[in-house]
Design a protein around this ligand. Structure first.
Ligand code: SAH
Length: 271
């Protein structure tokens, strides 16, 4: 029964195919006749039409030359309509993706601020893609600010001796090392390029008293950020400088923060 039904279907399908082929051959023959007899007007030749290479391989009525091109206009209109719809969908998808990556950035940021540095290290080690996702979001956030604090620090370093050794702790993608004239060593949880040393800045793989300047640019994250400051103190030369750039909201009480620095051994110079 089933195979019968299949056979019947096939037969009627073949019949349709034969009918269609005949119709197409008729059209082709008519076109040839018209060319031969010169009945094809010049306006027909120049009028816009869909050539075979423009349409799909199945010849349709629209392959017949028309002087008005009415069918063609509606086909074009449909195409344009679909292209517009596709573009709208693309815009929507891009917006969704942007919102998603913004959300992801906020989530990672929150994680870095609310967990210890060892957990943050583990997070990035277990999900290597997170670091790039974080920095994509970070870049677009920084681009919306009137100034990038890293640029202010780079300008400051330009006024310092070239041979000075600088530590950029929590360097991100290593912008300071790329643009400052001094010898900059960059550290972050993930080494985004070969110039960066991957480590937790609470435990620097560096001997005592090496650096002339230690920088934290928006990187005092982690619940144990005081450990970062202690590492800065340990690795700075006597009379070395500590430079911190942070968003104002990072510290609820800036004077209390300065007090913590004094307890570690730093002498406050300027705000
Ligand atoms: N200083 C860079 C990046 C700031 S984003 C700039 O201004 O462009 C903060 C960076 O601090 C991130 O790349 C993050 O991975 C890093 N960071 C946070 N905690 C860290 C830790 N314990 N050890 C190393 N890097 C850390």
């Amino acid at each position: 029964m089933n195979s019968n039904a299949g056979g019947l279907y096939k037969k009627s399908f073949n019949k349709n195919k034969i009918r269609k082929r005949k119709r197409d051959n008729d059209v082709k023959e008519k076109m040839r006749d018209r060319e031969k007899n010169g009945s094809w007007r010049e306006s027909d030749r120049n009028s816009p039409r869909i050539s075979r290479s423009d349409c799909d391989s199945t010849p349709t009525r629209s392959t017949t030359p028309r002087s008005s091109g009415g069918g063609l206009t509606s086909r074009k209109a449909i195409d344009i309509h679909f292209i517009k719809r596709k573009l709208k969908l693309l815009e929507y998808q891009q917006k969704m993706l942007k919102n998603l990556s913004k959300g992801k950035f906020r989530w990672i940021n929150e994680k870095l601020y609310s967990s210890s540095s060892s957990s943050a290290l583990e997070l990035f080690q277990n999900n290597p893609l997170l670091f790039d996702e974080y920095h994509q979001g970070f870049r677009s956030a920084v681009n919306s600010w009137p100034v990038n604090p890293a640029d202010i620090l780079i300008d400051y370093l330009k006024g310092k001796p070239k041979e000075w050794i600088v530590a950029d702790l929590g360097c991100g993608e290593g912008k300071i090392a790329q643009e400052a004239p001094n010898k900059v060593l960059s550290f972050d949880l993930v080494a985004n390029n070969h110039m960066i040393i991957a480590c937790d800045i609470a435990k620097l793989p560096i001997p005592n008293c090496l650096f002339d300047i230690v920088i934290f640019c928006l990187s005092l994250m982690g619940t144990n950020y005081v450990d970062f400051l202690k590492e800065a103190y340990r690795t700075l030369k006597p009379k070395g400088e500590l430079k911190i750039a942070e968003v104002v909201s990072r510290f609820s009480d800036i004077d209390a923060f300065i007090k913590v620095l004094a307890e570690i051994g730093f002498k406050f110079v300027e705000k």
